[in-house]
Design a protein around this ligand. Structure first.
Ligand code: GDP
Ligand code: IMO
Ligand code: MG
Length: 430
């Protein structure tokens, strides 16, 4: 048995999807344990490009079981539309998609709440969410009174009664805050969701029990973190985070499998840093270097199409996230994007406004907003590395840069990626 967690160590979009797909060579099951359709992964296999959001990346492999765990929040029409789209690309879900009956459901009022919350906040306060209803749904889950779980979609009378009470409450709040306001119709929502439930029925199960059997049967299980550890509700740059534990800390609560069953903790990092949405970003390059990284890395969001903010690698931030996610190895992605830079910088510490040095990522957002990165500068490489197949064939400066990242983070690099294709991945000798 060899179970693995793949988790982003920056602010998301580290190319986790590519590594999850690759590791499906040696895993039988892929589990999503948190987040929802805010995630967007692009996986390229030969002629085919797959875009995944709520569906686990394992779906790309016909013989891999996919689990959407209890910690995920599900908008049924989005999930069904994604499954339909992937089916037209030749993927099949019959018998291998397993959706937790404990996962919480996203309803139209969650989307409305989020739209209103984002539009009513000022530029500096706006979270810049993906507007997929993630935050409002998790709020109702934690608040308990208004949370509805997937299992409840199969009890029509119960669902209708609950929706009538909840929608009445939501309409009261909306009518006091929104102008113009069209009241939501609980019965119409119930009708729609009962329809979605029929389509989801073959897939819904107690995934905690299903996974317990899979662990006991010694199947190899891969846990696929969405977002990144710096977007974690507890350990990220709160409040500019997502609403789940998107570090590896979410694995146990979001799947029902205890962390002690997992042996490999693979932290995924880009060779530089990106971020979409609001919030502090000490190494951001709001200049032509940042634009060059954005152009070369095609740094535009998979879900929203927004340009990603770009900057140098921040070793202070990744030391923190590698620690909270327990990374035992790193995969360094998109190294090809840095080809052609004369010099490459890495933030090795921060400087506070009073001149003192900070080695650890601060929890206080105000402090993080005021620090300046202390950079070390390394020589770049001119060569195109996208066709390199063996570690020994990389330019010396490329290899040195990868070693710098490992030393700075304190975790060995086991894999580098030099292009989006499955084949553009090279193992780093131990
Ligand atoms: P995820 O959300 O972490 O799975 O990452 P995304 O899929 O949102 O973003 C990563 C993007 O980089 C995708 O478009 C990938 O196809 C692409 N990609 C993955 N690895 C590499 C690489 O090594 N080099 C380049 N140039 N692109 C890559
Ligand atoms: P993957 O899995 C990058 C960001 C949003 C916003 C914040 C909160 O593709 O790496 P939310 O909709 O979750 O309430 O938005 O989190 N965000 C992501 N950024 N990659 C993601 O997922 C993200 N999912 C959410 O941009 O700043
Ligand atoms: Mg993404």
């Amino acid at each position: 048995m060899s179970n693995t967690c793949v988790v982003g160590l920056q602010w998301g979009d580290e190319a986790k999807g590519k590594i999850v797909d690759l590791l499906c060579d040696v895993h039988d099951v892929v589990v999503r344990y948190q987040g929802g359709a805010n995630a967007g992964h692009t996986v390229m296999v030969g002629e085919n490009t797959y875009k995944l959001s709520l569906v686990p990346t394992g779906a790309v492999r016909p013989d891999v079981d996919c689990v959407i765990g209890n910690g995920v929040v599900i908008h049924p029409p989005m999930l069904l539309a994604e499954m339909d789209r992937l089916q037209t690309q030749g993927l099949n879900f019959q018998g291998r998609m397993h959706i937790s009956d404990r996962a919480h459901v996203i309803f139209p009022y969650h989307l409305e709440e989020e739209r209103w919350s984002e539009e009513s906040t000022t530029e500096g306060e706006r979270l810049g969410t993906t507007r997929r209803g993630i935050g409002p749904c998790y709020k109702d889950k934690v608040g308990r009174v208004h949370g509805i779980r997937i299992g409840e979609l199969f009890r029509p009378d119960h669902l209708r009664q609950r929706l009538r009470r909840i929608v009445e409450f939501k309409n009261q709040i909306f009518s006091a805050t929104l102008n113009p306001f069209t009241p939501l119709d609980a019965d119409a929502i119930a009708d729609d969701y009962l329809g979605y439930a029929e389509r989801l029925r073959p897939f819904v199960t107690d995934t905690t029990a299903w996974l317990a059997s899979a662990v006991k049967a010694n199947r190899n299980i891969l846990f696929e973190g969405a977002q990144g550890s710096l977007l974690d509700i507890d350990y990220g740059t709160f409040p500019f985070v997502t609403s789940s534990n998107s570090s590896a800390a979410g694995l146990g609560t979001g799947s029902g499998v205890h962390a002690r069953q997992v042996q490999n903790w693979v932290g995924i990092v880009k060779a530089y840093t990106t971020r979409v949405g609001g919030g502090p970003f000490p190494t951001e390059l709001d200049n032509e270097i940042g634009q060059r990284i954005r152009d070369r890395g095609r740094e535009y969001g998979t879900v929203t199409g927004r340009p990603r903010r770009c900057g140098w690698f921040d070793a202070v931030a990744v030391r923190h996230s590698a620690w909270v996610s327990g990374a035992t190895e790193l995969s360094v992605m998109l190294l090809d994007v840095l080809s052609g830079f004369d010099e490459i910088k890495v933030a090795v510490a921060y400087e506070r406004p009073d001149g003192s040095r900070l080695e650890w990522f601060p929890g206080c957002l105000e402090e993080l907003g005021q620090v300046k990165p202390i950079y070390e500068t390394f020589p770049g490489w001119a060569e195109d590395v996208t066709g390199v197949k063996d570690w020994s064939d990389f330019p010396e400066n490329f290899k040195k840069y990868v070693q710098v990242l490992a030393d700075q983070v304190g975790v060995p690099v086991r894999r580098v990626s030099v292009g989006p294709e499955r084949t553009q991945t090279v193992a780093v000798p131990v």
